[in-house]
Design a protein. Structure first.
Lengths: 160, 108
């Protein structure tokens, strides 16, 4: 084999090795990111469940002694914490830091239930988005339900 | 009318269902928020909570249900209607305080 030929095959081998490494790196990255996504989803679910468990617990305490100011404050704080978790989650969705399709699949029904639930609807006030403390949640709610927010409705009405 | 009489009057309205759902609870809260003392001033936060406390005690005496099931896929997560009512009163006192330019001292 000529020296040039050896050089040629060495370069081919080199390129093949680099390509194989690159492909395996890409596959690994995808696997890791998938693994992480799954892990994050489990973590998020756990955080939401824990937050609800806290509300449940403090609601039971408050039920036993409604006049107890400490129980009242703990309950209000747990409700706010629970709603903040969803708002932060919606923030990551809006910033594109989360797989949007998976988010919509996993949380669409949950968010609709949350915003329209008798227990929490006064916190969201979908009819008065600007006054709500949870604007990110409402923004996602209007997006995933394909409905116009009151603000957009107003803009659309004005454009006609 | 005393608080106890008022509470029993409210509970009589749900004697057929023997349970207090969120819609009825919200209606009760709206009415409690509109109550005045004899001198015409609005009821304090503490007295509104006292009424809810009495409502809970009297409802228990009558064996009325005070649990609310959260609207999710399982319908297995429940919360106390009493806690919700206190939350609503707090929200109301917060918004009144905010409208008046003051800070929320509804629970203080």
């Amino acid at each position: 084999m000529e020296p040039n030929e050896i050089q040629f095959w060495l370069e081919i081998l080199n390129i093949a090795t680099i390509s194989a490494l690159s492909i395996s790196t890409i596959i690994l990255t995808v696997l890791i990111s998938k693994k992480n996504t799954g892990f994050n989803e489990i973590q998020i679910r756990e955080i939401i469940n824990n937050a609800f468990y806290k509300i449940n617990e403090s609601s039971n305490n408050l039920d036993q002694d409604p006049s107890n100011i400490t129980y009242q404050r703990i309950f209000f704080s747990h409700v706010e914490c629970y709603l903040n978790i969803y708002d932060d989650l919606c923030g990551t969705y809006l910033d594109g830091k989360i797989d949007k399709k998976r988010f919509e699949k996993n949380y669409k029904d949950e968010l609709i239930n949350l915003v329209t639930d008798e227990m929490f609807k006064d916190y969201y006030k979908p009819e008065d988005q600007l006054k709500s403390k949870y604007k990110k949640t409402l923004k996602v709610y209007f997006k995933i339900t394909d409905s116009d927010s009151p603000r957009e409705k107003l803009l659309n009405d004005n454009s006609i | 009318m005393t608080f106890l009489e008022y509470v029993n009057k409210l509970l009589d309205e749900i004697k057929d269902n023997k349970s207090l759902d969120f819609k009825t609870a919200d209606n009760f809260i709206q009415r409690i928020n509109e109550l005045n003392y004899q001198d015409g001033t609005k009821l304090s936060y503490e007295d509104k909570v006292k009424i809810i406390d009495l409502l809970k005690q009297e409802a228990e005496k009558r064996n009325y249900s005070l649990q609310y099931y959260i609207n999710d896929s399982t319908n297995s997560r429940s919360l106390s209607v009493i806690a919700h009512m206190i939350d609503k009163i707090n929200q109301n006192s917060t918004s009144v305080q905010n409208k008046n330019g003051g800070k929320n001292n509804g629970t203080k």
